[in-house]
Design a protein around this ligand. Structure first.
Ligand SMILES: [Zn+2]
Length: 706
């Protein structure tokens, strides 16, 4: 352990020498004090024992605060001593959990990661128990009964706190409540099993070289693929390997073989587990007085009800039909000419292959060649310039007093107009053994008005896995990497500039079917020549910008397959809602019989022996919520119109400031629909979304139900 700390320190030392001009967080603290706010960097635990102790202390402190709420004289309860006290203690406990999460996802020591993982589990178990503290609920209910005259954020906080208790079953008779609590615990265990079965399943499939005709040599030469003289092992459970075959293998029989294995992964284990999960969810919903789990889940989202979500998805399924049919017809033409079979149809195992053919033949796009325009640091600085300008912010690189990895970067964010410090962000951008393997923004310290009247400004981290620099060559990003960067950093800004008083509402703590919308909107930026020209240039010859024709071609190619992309999304959304629709309690579930026909009807013909849902991880966590991706996409397209019609387009400062003030700053402290419509200056519409995916000229005025 000492060694570990020493290596961290030495890295920090080297960096301090190189970056001796960097300011520290202290340099911003005076300005923060003037603005009556606080800037904080976590004190990162350095040993597994310290990680465990931090979490245990936090839980003990929170439990003491809960005891205090519960011990109050019910006739003397106040908003502050009940509702705010709950927000305060939950916030403090979450700080420890957030810190443990970062350690779990980033630490270079396996022992530290394990300790942090255990700490996070400890927190999760504790958090479920908080809902069932009857003494606390009594105090909260007693305050609710005083009919307090509250408005705005306070009224919303009271309403939603009471709603949480009702949703946990606290309004039910003691027997029923205990039943709900038990059902929830059983469900949580099954959910863990469902996830583990997905993570643990292995499906190596051996092919000969001839069978993999069409698959690029670079793939066949990748580590671990060639496993014998004429044997190539493809793991159906490893996404990039599976996709490489589905996009490139010329033989339909080979594609079908791999697809059937992939879409039947975890079949034996997860089909029964999912059936039980659906039954438990249905029971919980019914005990709580809902018609279905989908109704229960959507109540707290923008959709408000299962019917709202279903109608939205069904309208889009209908609306995209002509575009989808036309795209499939085009893919079918390619298949007919390749197979010489006039009756050939596009099946689920064909679409990736023929889409790839279409891209190559019709658009001649070489995505790899675009990397030269996106060297990592220049791209990052370029994105910073764009966001600083449109959102009225300033980012300053500062020295991190503690680093979990040598190339960690830390920045302070201030408001350009007033100099007020707004928060800080860490960047941990390259892959390494044991690190979180996707791209995400993590809140470490959320924004909140503290009991002493000072505002705690947020600190966040971006954990990404961009291609690392190699000897003599900088890290070069793909266009899609740049899109991810613009997206994830949008989440960081959403968290950092918050002005919500209570942690429940601050930053990205907004309804699940909205949270992705602002970041999805920002993805538009990197398809815009004007934005790209502010930073994208060939790293070998910076005078060279991306040609306009290349961007147009990229856009065309995207549009050419967007119908298929969305119909697949809608199929997932639709089968997810169907699985969680009203269901007689005494009838067992048959998840495959419910979902397979929908997949086939909304998307493409399937192989009947497959069980797509057994490997669809979103069914635990995004259950009855998958529709939210498309929902947020529609809002993103709608919000983008504000920039598109502004003087400077995506670089427009006024539109940027409005996004900051109307959407980011309030968070969930007021109804999100109100914020969206304030930003739009009109009611919401799905027309911009339909237009974006190439379905213009619809006469019916569509709208997102609110
Ligand atoms: Zn996101």
């Amino acid at each position: 352990m000492k060694q570990f700390i020493a290596s961290i320190l030495s890295c920090a030392l080297i960096l301090t020498v190189r970056a001796e001009n960097l300011k520290t967080a202290d340099a911003f603290r005076d300005a923060a004090t003037k603005a009556n706010s606080i800037l904080t960097l976590p004190d990162w635990d350095q040993t597994p024992e310290a990680v465990e102790a931090s979490m245990k202390n936090a839980i003990a402190t929170a439990n003491a605060a809960l005891d205090q709420i519960g011990a109050q004289d019910p006739s003397k309860v106040s908003f502050k001593s009940t509702i705010v006290a709950l927000d305060d203690l939950g916030y403090q406990a979450r700080l420890a959990a957030n810190k443990a999460t970062i350690i779990k996802e980033t630490n270079t020591s396996a022992a530290m990661r394990t300790a942090a993982e255990n700490a996070v589990k400890l927190f999760q178990d504790w958090a479920v128990g908080v809902d069932y503290r009857e003494d606390v609920y009594k105090a909260v209910k007693a305050f609710g009964k005083t009919q307090p005259k509250l408005s705005g954020e306070e009224a919303k906080l009271l309403k939603e706190t009471l709603r949480d208790y009702r949703r946990a079953g606290l309004d039910l008779s003691p027997e029923k409540r205990q039943e709900v609590e038990k059902l929830r615990k059983d469900l949580s265990k099954l959910g863990t099993d469902f996830d583990s079965n997905i993570v643990e399943v292995q499906a190596p499939v051996v092919f000969t070289k001839a069978e993999l005709d069409g698959v690029p040599e670079s793939f066949l030469a990748s580590p671990g693929i060639k496993t014998g003289d004429d044997a190539y092992t493809v793991k159906a459970n490893v996404t990039w390997q599976n996709i490489a075959i589905m996009e490139n293998a010329k033989s339909e029989e080979i594609r079908r073989r791999l697809y059937v294995i992939h879409d039947s992964l975890a079949k034996d284990k997860n089909v029964p587990v999912l059936n039980q999960m659906l039954a438990l969810r249905n029971k919980i919903a019914l005990r709580l007085g809902y018609k279905s789990w989908a109704d229960f889940q959507t109540e707290i989202k923008m959709a408000k009800s299962a019917a709202g979500a279903e109608k939205y998805i069904n309208d889009l399924i209908t609306g995209t039909k002509p575009k989808f049919d036309a795209e499939v017809a085009e893919l079918r033409k390619l298949k007919i000419s390749e197979t010489k079979d006039p009756g050939a149809q596009i099946k689920l195992w064909d679409f990736r292959y023929y889409q790839n053919q279409l891209k190559k033949q019709k658009y001649a796009i070489d995505t790899e060649a675009l990397r030269v325009y996106f060297p990592f640091q220049k791209t990052l600085d370029g994105m910073f310039n764009v966001y600083q300008s449109i959102f009225g912010l300033k980012f300053a690189k500062i020295a991190a007093p503690q680093k979990w990895i040598g190339d960690l970067q830390l920045y302070a964010v201030t408001d350009t107009a007033t100099g007020e410090p707004l928060g800080m962000f860490y960047l941990d951008m390259f892959p390494r053994e044991g690190k979180f393997n996707h791209f995400a923004e993590f809140e470490i310290i959320g924004g909140k008005l503290m009991p002493d009247g000072k505002y705690q400004r947020p600190t966040v981290a971006l954990l990404c896995n961009f291609p690392p620099p190699s000897e003599g060559k900088p890290s070069l990003l793909t266009h899609s990497d740049v899109e991810t960067l613009f997206h994830e950093f949008g989440h960081a800004l959403h968290t950092i500039v918050t002005r919500a008083k209570y942690s429940r509402f601050s930053g990205t703590n907004v309804p699940g079917d909205f949270v992705e919308a602002p970041s999805q909107m920002l993805q538009n930026w990197i398809w815009d020549k004007k934005v790209l020209d502010t930073f994208a240039a060939d790293y070998r010859d910076p005078a060279k910008k991306i040609p306009a024709e290349t961007i147009d071609k990229l856009k065309e190619a995207k549009l050419a397959t967007v119908g298929v992309y969305y119909r697949r999304q809608f199929a997932f959304a639709s089968l997810d809602l169907a699985l969680h629709a009203p269901h007689p309690e005494d009838q067992p579930y048959e998840c495959v019989a419910i979902s397979n026909p929908i997949l086939e009807k909304v998307f493409l013909p399937i192989a009947p022996e497959t069980t797509f849902v057994s490997y669809f991880g979103h069914l635990n966590g995004y259950d009855a919520g998958y529709y939210g991706y498309a929902w947020a996409d529609a809002i993103a397209a709608d919000m983008a119109t504000v920039f598109e019609s502004a003087k400077d387009g995506y670089l427009d400062k006024q539109a940027g400031l409005r996004l900051r003030h109307d959407i980011y700053e309030p968070g969930d402290s007021r109804e999100i629909t109100q914020s969206i419509e304030k930003f739009l200056g009109r009611k919401q519409s799905v027309q911009p979304f339909l237009k974006k995916i190439g379905i213009g000229g619809t006469t019916k005025e569509g709208s997102v139900p609110s």
